[in-house]
Design a protein around this ligand. Structure first.
Ligand code: 3HC
Ligand code: NAI
Length: 696
């Protein structure tokens, strides 16, 4: 037996405990231990049933992802699972926490499953560019039905215990001690004379009529919704096999498809993204003994678009939060917006009316700073003006208790200047939420010159509580994400002036995998905002850095994007984007101002110009120490900007294209298009040394 798996006898029942912190991943020692334990239980004449539990915070969370891409070590998970299912003594999996991926596959191979009411089960392999490779695609449809199994496997989203019970994935809920509950259930089985009940033998639900149509429909839907992605279609192929082949052959087919995914570059990119996200939580240079401050109450200043979203984040996390505004009217507007956002979730069925009231009960409105004296953290989200921020931070400094964390949601102002408005710059940090703040997962945690280690650690811990992916960034215009996106958006506009259309630019980048095209995004967030940023940046341009002028023409015509009904696109009925008939003349004019003639542009050029502009800027950002590590840049783009997970983020993508090739194109653009394309020194160094971003 291995250290990670313990086998004990409890009367007639063998108790198998997996103990492999932190998440009981099914690494080699767990697989070997499980196989040995089930084999011993099978061979022991005193044993009549087996109970499988996990120690620590969760049931097995899946295969050990760190082993992927390395030479396989026996026993394989399919071997383990087969031995468990084929055993002649009934087995019970006792599920708590999250039974995910290979963990759920082990549970499905047990003959019965019982679970805590707050447990979750799922097959998230698709999020790693894989498919369930230890029988999940064959066994889950046999329990939950093909439709539900397809949904779960193709989306990768786990379901909660009540739904698992409804769909036969779980047999019963348990309370109290896991081991006691498992033993009691097994004793009941024995008393009732129940033997093994093998999932693989339950064929009724995979042999129903109409499954071929169901599968074809899903295939079409996935083709449309997730173009370019390899593993979702392979997931469907594998489930289809469950409906066409006997278990044994279906498992063989699943294995083949699993290996195809394993070898795909998308798998490598998505696993990079998984570990990059966890790595981002680690802050360089923090003393090991630094203690984060406790956050029991919060306040938000400014109840506009962002402020209300941030208030919702706190309430969602169960943290009482006060919203401060300038007038009764503005305050009421903010509170109403909070309530109507929750009401929309209730109407959609994603939140109960009771939970909405509980969360609204955590939110209170105030007009006076005196009410903020007890707040552990205050997030400022007032107008983007240094003068207004000064007024707010001076007041906060005067009223907040010592040790309160003072945060600004500024997206473009200098955090160090804001911190200097207080006598306690060490307590000031940036919390740069993305819009809508209650939806977007990304949080840039801005480390100012004076921000103390304790405040930074507290901000990171708070981000986790708010269910955000938090990434530490340094102070500069736009921090990491927006600073890169300025380059990307500017190229999109230049390309229009050179001859492309908005629809072509957006289509090319969506085909690359971006969730939305850059020009549709601009129209959504408002061209006046882009224009204001542009105007602010103008005085800081370096020699040779010219700006596209199409935005000036649109603004002059009152075309501000979706909010005015027209921007790069015209928005007709139901907000569908159509061509803006006034745009071609504006682009001709802009081209004339630049002294160029508009001519067709290739899609490949569009993608390279926009994406390589991101990469070049990211290299400068890394060189300046604004981001801690290359993978942090990837995390920011994957979670805040709709960059395709299956490309791993801009810098993982750069490595996969080859930095020499990227630099070669950037040099060509530099020659042809001028100053914006000055190659980043870091990129040049990496190419000269034959290294990649991943080697930094
Ligand atoms: N393998 C290896 N390490 C894992 C792991 C796994 N499956 N799951 C989590 N970890 C590690 C994390 O990297 C992290 O390590 P670190 O502390 O050194 O950074 C640590 O465990 C804790 O993880 P989280 O910070 O994510 O902890 P949370 O409590 O926030 O979340 C979780 C727990 C929900 C289990 C989350 O970790 C998770 O979603 N894990 C991945 C689950 C998954 O994708 N499983 C499928 C694997 S593929 C598979 O099973 C193939 C099979 O079909 C053959
Ligand atoms: P907004 O204009 O929607 O809201 C600002 C709110 O602040 C208004 O309700 C106003 O009444 C209130 N306010 C103004 N002065 C105040 C004061 N002295 N005290 C209390 N309340 C005051 O602005 P938005 O978009 O919510 O932006 C707020 C901040 O968030 C800005 O710093 C902005 O740069 C930043 N941000 C905005 C993002 C966006 O997409 N809108 C994204 C990320 C950050």
């Amino acid at each position: 037996m291995s250290d990670a798996v313990l086998l004990e006898r409890r009367g007639e029942i063998a108790l198998v405990t997996v103990d492999n912190p932190p998440v009981n991943a099914l690494g080699q020692s767990v697989r070997a231990g499980l196989l040995a334990a089930f084999q011993q239980a099978e061979a022991d004449p005193q044993v009549r049933a087996v109970v499988l539990v996990c120690a620590g915070r969760t049931f097995m969370a899946g295969a050990d992802i760190r082993e992927f891409g390395k030479p396989p070590q026996a026993p394989s998970l399919p071997e383990v699972v087969e031995a468990i299912e084929n055993a002649t003594k009934p087995s019970v999996a006792v599920i708590h926490g999250t039974a995910l991926g290979g963990g759920l596959e082990v549970a499905l191979s047990c003959h019965y499953r019982i679970a805590r009411r707050d447990a979750q089960v799922g097959l998230p392999e698709v999020k790693l560019g894989l498919l369930p490779g230890a029988g999940g695609t064959q066994r889950l449809p046999r329990l939950a039905g093909v439709e539900k199994a397809l949904d779960m496997i193709v989306s990768g989203t786990p379901i909660r215990a009540p739904e698992a019970l409804e769909f036969n994935v779980v047999d019963e809920f348990i309370d109290g001690d896991l081991v006691e509950a498992g033993l009691a259930f097994a004793q009941r089985l024995l008393a009732d004379g129940k033997g093994p009940r093998r999932t693989g033998e339950r064929n009724e639900r995979v042999q129903q009529a109409g499954l071929a149509e169901l599968i074809a429909h899903k295939r079409g839907e996935v083709q449309k919704r997730l173009p370019g992605q390899f593993s979702p279609q392979r997931c469907i192929d594998a489930v289809e096999a469950a409906t066409q082949l006997p278990l044994r052959d279906g498992l063989v087919r699943e294995r083949e498809l699993f290996m195809q995914c394993m070898e795909s570059p998308q798998r490598a990119a998505q696993i990079h993204a998984f570990f990059a996200e966890r790595e981002a939580a680690k802050v360089e240079g923090l003393a090991a003994d630094v203690l984060p401050r406790e956050v029991r109450s919060a306040a938000v200043i400014g109840g506009g678009t962002m402020g209300v979203g941030i208030v919702l984040c706190f309430a969602n996390a169960g943290i009482p939060v006060k919203l401060l505004e300038v007038s009764d009217e503005a305050l009421q507007r903010g509170l109403d917006r909070a309530r109507s956002t929750y009401a929309a979730s209730v109407a959609r069925g994603s939140l109960s009316a009771e939970e909405m009231e509980r969360r609204m009960g955590l939110i209170s409105g105030v007009l006076d700073y005196a009410a903020l004296g007890d707040a552990d953290v205050v997030v400022e989200a007032v107008f983007e003006s240094l003068d207004v921020k000064r007024q707010v931070f001076e007041r906060l400094d005067a009223t907040c208790k010592p040790g309160a964390i003072l945060a600004s949601n500024t997206s473009s102002l200098d955090l160090d200047e804001i911190a200097a408005f207080t006598q306690r710059p060490q307590d000031v940090v940036g919390l740069h939420f993305f819009s809508p703040a209650n939806v977007m997962r990304l949080l840039e945690v801005v480390r100012g010159k004076a921000t103390s280690d304790a405040v930074l650690a507290s901000a990171m811990q708070l981000g986790k509580r708010l269910k955000k992916v938090s990434v530490v960034v340094g102070v500069c215009d736009g921090f990491v994400g927006n600073r890169m996106i300025f380059q990307y958006g500017r190229q999109a506009e230049f390309l229009l002036e050179e001859g492309a259309t908005p629809a072509q630019v957006d289509r090319a980048l969506r085909a690359f995998g971006m969730a939305m095209g850059p020009l549709a995004v601009r129209d959504m967030s408002g061209l006046d905002i882009s224009h204001a940023i542009r105007s602010r940046q103008r005085p800081n341009l370096k020699p040779g850095q010219t700006l596209p002028t199409v935005l000036d023409h649109l603004i002059a015509a009152g075309m501000l994007g979706q909010k005015s009904g027209t921007g790069f696109y015209h928005y007709g009925e139901g907000r569908t984007a159509q061509d803006n008939p006034a745009l071609p003349a504006m682009l001709e004019q802009a081209a004339a101002e630049r002294g160029i003639t508009r001519a067709p542009v290739e899609d490949e050029e569009i993608v390279e110009r926009c994406i390589y502009a991101l990469i070049n800027e990211a290299a400068n950002i890394l060189d300046e120490g604004i981001a801690q590590r290359a993978s942090d840049v990837d995390v920011i783009f994957l979670n805040g900007y709709g960059f395709p997970a299956w490309r791993g983020g801009p810098l993982f993508y750069a490595d996969s294209v080859g930095l020499a090739r990227v630099l070669e194109r950037i040099r060509e653009f530099h020659q042809r298009l001028g100053a914006w394309w000055q190659p980043a020194p870091l990129l040049e160094r990496l190419v000269a040394e034959g290294r990649r971003f991943a080697d930094l």
